[in-house]
Each structure stands twice: as C-alpha cells, then as structure tokens.
Ligand binder design. Structure first.
Ligand SMILES: [Fe+2]
Ligand SMILES: [Fe+2]
Length: 337
C-alpha cells in the first residue's frame, strides 16, 4: 500500500509573493513578536500562480506543514497578516467572477439546478470519456492529486462551526470520506492507490510544482472557506456542490478509464464515488443544507455563494485543461516523467 506520510517539501517560488513566503519558511519562526513580511501586493494577479502558490503554502501549514519548516510559522502573526491580504484579493476575485447573487436565490434551488447535467457537456470528464488519451488522464490525476490526497480535510474545518442535524449529517458524509473506520478505505488512500497504479508519484503534494494556478485555486477556495468561521455557509455550499456533482462526473471517469483499459485501482476510486456520493447527495441536500438554512436562514445566500464559487473555480480549471488539450499541449507547468 503506498504510504501517505512522507512530509512534503517546500515548492519552488513562482514570483515575488511566493518567494517572500517560501524564503521566510526556511527560517526559524520568531517567537512573541510580529515580524512584518515584506512583499508588495499592488500588482498582484489574484488568479495568478504567484499569489495562488503563496496562499497554498500558507494554508499548508495548517495541514501537514513542510519538511524542515518550523511548525511555529502556523500561527505567526506576520505571516497570517500577509495571508489575510492574499485571501481578500482571492475572495474579491471569486466574488467578481460569481457576480451578484439574486436576493431570491436559495441554496436548495441552487442544488436542484446543479443536479441537471448536460448529457453531452464539453468539460474534461466528457472529453476524457470520449477522446482523451491516457497521458491526458495522467495529467488530470496530477492536477487532482492536490485535493484527493487530502480529500475530506479542507471541509472538516467546518465541523466545529455547525450544530444539530446539519453537523451530524455533515460528519456522517465525512466519515465515509475518511474510510468509515478503515485506514485502507480512506479516500485519500484510494487516490494514492490510483496514483501508484498509474505510475505516478503518490507523495502528498508531489505535484505542487507541476500544477497551474487554476488547480491551486480549487483547493485554496475550500481551505479559505473551511478556515474562516464567518465563511462557514460558503464551506457548506462548497461541500454540497462537491458531493452533488461527484456521481455523474465520476461515472464519466469510470467510462473513460474502461475505454482506456486502465488498472483496476484507477477505476476503483471513481466507482467508490459513483456509489457513495449518490447517497451523500441526498443527505447533503436535505440534512446538511436543509437543516442549516432552517436553523440559520441568514446563511442561505452564503451557501449559494459557496456553490457558485465552487463552480467558478472548477470552470477556470476546466477551461485551462480543455484549452491546453485542444491545442495539443500539456496542461501542466512541468511535464510528467
Ligand atoms: Fe470521496
Ligand atoms: Fe462523498
């Protein structure tokens, strides 16, 4: 069984912002005083690789940290101050992309709309099902490895911020994500098994230096929602959108992998999601979102935003993948071995 415990190494900087964060982490965390992190954000592109990588690196301190990095940085006020600015820029950019939310939009209507999927869409899972190559499939795994090797973790930050049935049902779904009591069945582990079977690196964050900003933004969004109590409605919306869109997308991935004659372990990960998420979808709709908005109606629009924000960042990644593949290019910044 591929192991998931190797500590990740710091990524390579991609510009001045990520450089200032990564260089800092190589030092010892200062104690008891606020060390100002010098970097200019005046011209920062919120969707660009430099800012997304800097933000990703900051968030990672709350997950597993990095090899040879002082864990004291996790709560360093100077670094958190910088992270706050990066988050403001990122969130404003996603809000711009999502646009105004109509005052009468509700989370439950939004989830119903998400369930209606085009039979012949034009996203990556349709493309991989119908005509993509095995090399493109491996690239897809590399992009997705950032999330799937920590699947369940970013949403788990929301648990203490929920109460009642919403909390109980949220945890019931997460219980499955975390293998329902069996380490070998952790979805993170199932994805590591998939990576090994596809002859890819199973190391946690093993492809951090390979993926573009669009793939980082997908995970940064859930970390941001999860780590801020004020964004808990968005975290639940994001969680719900993830579960509701998973079964049809996973079904297409199974079909793609069957067409390619891929190893069993590769199919197993997506087969698990066709089955489990069909159940999760119902639980999430009624018992998580339904209960939350009944309990805290003020969060309804935040849940809607979380759902649309999920869609917005996923679309950016999908557009990037399709543009690269249609042009006959790799969708990664660094080619796979
Ligand atoms: Fe899962
Ligand atoms: Fe699920």
């Amino acid at each position: 069984m591929p192991t998931l415990v190797q500590p990740p190494t710091l990524p390579e900087p991609r510009g001045p912002i990520s450089m200032s964060v990564i260089d800092l982490l190589a030092e010892r965390a200062p104690l008891r005083y606020l060390a100002k992190v010098e970097t200019s954000l005046a011209d920062a592109d919120p969707a660009g690789i430099d800012l997304q990588l800097a933000l990703y690196t900051c968030y990672e301190l709350h997950y597993r940290g990095f090899d040879k990095v002082d864990s004291g940085w996790e709560w360093n006020a100077g670094l958190l101050y910088l992270r706050g600015h990066l988050e403001d820029l990122f969130l404003a950019d996603v809000r711009k992309q999502v646009g105004e939310i109509e005052p009468d939009a509700t989370a439950l209507d939004e989830l119903d709309a998400l369930c209606v999927e085009p039979v012949n869409g034009d996203g990556p899972s349709y493309y991989l099902r119908d005509e993509g190559t095995w090399d493109q499939m491996r690239e897809y795994f590399a992009h997705r490895s950032l999330y799937h090797l920590k699947e369940g973790d970013p949403h788990a930050w929301a648990i203490p911020r929920l109460t009642g049935q919403a909390k109980a049902s949220f945890v019931a779904v997460e219980f499955d994500e975390f293998g329902a009591g069996k380490g070998a069945r952790l979805h993170q582990q199932l994805f590591a098994d998939l990576m090994a079977a596809a002859d890819l690196d199973t190391t946690y964050l093993g492809y951090l230096d390979h993926v573009p900003a669009e793939a980082l933004a997908v995970v940064n969004l859930m970390s941001m929602f999860g780590l801020h109590r004020r964004l808990r409605g968005c975290a639940v919306g994001h969680f719900a959108a993830t579960e509701v869109t998973s079964p049809p997308g996973s079904r297409r991935m199974v079909q793609a992998l069957e067409r390619m004659g891929a190893p069993t372990e590769c199919r197993a990960f997506y087969e698990e999601h066709v089955e489990a998420d069909a159940v999760h979808e119902q639980v999430v709709r009624t018992d998580v979102v339904g209960d939350l908005v009944r309990r805290e109606p003020d969060l309804d629009q935040d849940v809607v935003f979380g759902i649309r924000a999920f869609d917005a960042v996923e679309n950016r990644l999908a557009e990037h993948l399709m543009r690269s593949w249609r042009d006959g290019r790799s969708s990664l910044r660094r080619a796979l071995d």
